[in-house]
Structure formats: C-alpha cells, structure tokens
Design a protein around this ligand. Structure first.
Ligand code: AP5
Ligand code: MG
Length: 214
C-alpha cells in the first residue's frame, strides 16, 4: 500500500502518518524529518536545507527528489510506505509517478487532511518535536509523559525553528501556491480522499482507516 499524506503545514500529516505506519506495518517517510535529522547532524544537505526551511520556503526539488527516491528504494519500503511532506510540488509528483511507473507501480491513496488556516497558527505554537526520532507532541493535545522529554527516545523536545507565527504564515502561503494544486492532480488520477482534520486525532484516524479498509 502506497499512501501520500496531503495537507497544510500543521494539518496533522505527521501525526496520522505515524498512526498509519504503526497500524499497517509500513514505513513512515517524512522529507521534513529527513532534513531535520540532517540539520541536527550538521551534514551538507542539512546546512543547505536549513536556509530554506527557516524562511518557510520549500527546499529546491533538485535536493528533495533524490533523497526521497533513494529512501523509497530501500528494502523496508518494498511492501509500501506512507509519504508525509512529499510530493509538495507538481514537478515532484511527476517525478514520483514516473519512477513508480518504471517499476509498474502507482500511488494507491492520496489523503488530504483538511484544516482551515485559522486553526493552524494556533496549533503550531503548542507543538513540540523530537529532532532525534521525529516524534511530535502538543503541549495541550498530546503532552509527553515528562515535560520537555521525548517518550520514545528520551531526547530533549524543542519548538521547531519554523514554528514561529511569522514563519508559519509564510509556510501557509507557500502551501497554497505550490502544494495545494496537488489535490487536483491526485483527484484527476482517482486516488484522492479527504478527511476533516479538525476532529480529535483519534477520529481523524478512524476516518482514514475507513477509507483504507473500504
Ligand atoms: P514538514 O516537516 O513536512 O512540515 P509541514 O508540512 O510544514 O508540516 P508539519 O510537520 O509542520 O505539520 P504536520 O501536518 O505534519 O502536522 P503534525 O502532525 O506535526 O516540512 C518542513 C519544511 O521542510 C518545509 O517547510 C520545507 O522547507 C521542507 N520540505 C519538506 N519536504 C519538502 C519537499 N517535499 N519539498 C520541498 N521542501 C520540503 O501536527 C501539528 C501539531 O498539531 C502537533 O503538535 C500535533 O500534535 C497537533 N495535532 C495533530 N493533529 C491534531 C488534531 N486532530 N487535533 C489537535 N491537534 C492536532
Ligand atoms: Mg510533519
């Protein structure tokens, strides 16, 4: 099963992608997590990506596409995966489609998690992230067991550099301009499904399960 998560920054793509990955035993592949791990480790890719991410801009397709294609070519992706944060532009979607077509494969579902912009800025200020393992928390909705410490790996939780309100607004602008057109792209392919992302996260997941098990 190959799934793409669509939706604005903060819509809950990562939250739902992790739940899907656990439920169906497929890897959760997040380009944002890959970039953040590279930034944390001080790699050349990380240094380059950070310049764009901190401004709320997209990392150029040349840097993004290769790391994603390399990742999904790994052994653990053989039975499928859930992509979170990729594709984010029509050219990225086209490259992915071509690469899959070359293998006789295709995307099974593109799930759009719908949340209005007004809700997003509020959510982001409360998010805390683990830069080591990618786990995500929310100070009100999903607090960690111990404040400031990741339940999964014990590392420190941080407010992401790009979660400042002005950067969030820029990310939303970039989303509407460059990523939202993917909704039509996948609709035309007949694989688009939408869920209401303003519900409680368990209810969002129940709606996704219903789609995947229909
Ligand atoms: P990325 O890491 O993908 O960030 P994003 O798309 O902006 O999305 P977020 O991770 O901020 O939000 P999310 O939808 O995963 O929400 P979450 O589940 O955390 O990308 C970061 C940057 O990397 C980009 O800006 C770009 O620069 C670069 N990049 C990455 N991929 C790229 C690509 N393909 N091309 C070019 N550049 C790329 O939830 C948010 C918060 O809300 C959490 O605190 C969560 O606990 C809470 N929450 C979730 N669901 C609910 C709910 N139902 N109710 C209440 N709270 C909820
Ligand atoms: Mg995310």
């Amino acid at each position: 099963m190959k799934i793409i998560m669509l939706g604005a920054p903060g819509a809950g793509k990562g939250t739902q992608a992790k739940m899907i990955a656990d439920r169906y035993g497929i890897p959760h592949v997040s380009t944002g997590d890959i970039f953040r791990a590279n930034i944390k480790n001080g790699t050349k890719l990380g240094m380059e990506a950070k310049q764009y991410m901190d401004k709320g801009l997209l990392v150029p397709d040349e840097l993004t596409v290769k790391i994603l294609l390399d990742r999904v070519a790994e052994e653990d992706c053989r039975n499928g995966y859930v992509l979170d944060g990729f594709p984010r532009t029509i050219p990225q979607a086209e490259v992915l489609d071509e690469a899959l077509a070359g293998l006789g494969e295709k995307i099974d579902y593109a799930i759009d998690v719908e949340v209005p912009d007004e809700n997003i800025v509020k959510r982001m200020g409360g998010r805390r992230a683990c830069l080591s393992c990618g786990a995500t928390y929310h100070i009100e909705h999903v607090p960690p067991k111990k404040e400031g410490v990741c339940d999964v790996c014990g590392q420190e939780l941080v407010l992401r550099d790009d979660d400042k309100p002005e950067t969030v607004r820029n990310r939303l602008k970039v989303y509407h301009e460059q990523t939202q057109p993917l909704i039509e792209f996948y609709q035309a392919k007949g694989v688009l499904k939408s869920v209401d992302g303003t519900m409680d996260m368990k209810d969002v997941f129940a709606a996704i399960e219903k789609i995947l098990e229909a």
